[in-house]
Design a protein around this ligand. Structure first.
Ligand code: SF4
Ligand code: SF4
Length: 127
């Protein structure tokens, strides 16, 4: 299962992943981490059988936890600039015959790289 973790200045300096791994015994795979001085956002992959225990442990540390049940999505802000095509490691994006960008969402591994480069904030993870 994929979990999106959001935390603020109170928890940003806590080793929440290490603490959770030790407490639950779960193997936690970090797919994306965007951590600043005042806030952070991490996407982790955890074994399904450990997911509820991991969610509870992380939430108890004051971290916002969301299950990611859907893959990358795009809104109407897309201007088909193509920046996401070159950054995606799994070739989710491609150019169709009309020179428009299309998505093969089933190939997404939730790395988040495309979200950061999109100039119009068209890409997001629905939660
Ligand atoms: S980077 Fe954003 S605006 Fe550009 S093609 Fe991709 S989704 Fe569209
Ligand atoms: S999140 Fe990563 S794998 Fe998924 S579409 Fe964006 S760049 Fe590709």
């Amino acid at each position: 299962m994929l979990l999106l973790l959001r935390f603020d200045a109170k928890t940003v300096r806590e080793p929440i992943i290490s603490i959770t791994a030790i407490k639950t015994g779960a193997l936690i795979n970090i797919l994306r981490a965007d951590v600043g001085a005042r806030r952070g956002e991490i996407i982790v992959e955890v074994p399904d059988e450990k997911a509820k225990e991991v969610e509870k442990t992380i939430a108890e540390m004051g971290v916002e936890v969301h299950e990611i049940t859907k893959t990358i999505a795009r809104n109407d802000n897309c201007v088909h600039c193509g920046l996401c095509v070159s950054i995606c490691p799994t070739e989710v994006f491609y150019i169709n015959g009309d020179e428009k960008i299309e998505l093969r969402v089933e190939k997404c591994i939730h790395c988040g790289s495309c979200i950061g480069v999109c100039p119009t904030n068209a890409l997001y993870f629905p939660i």
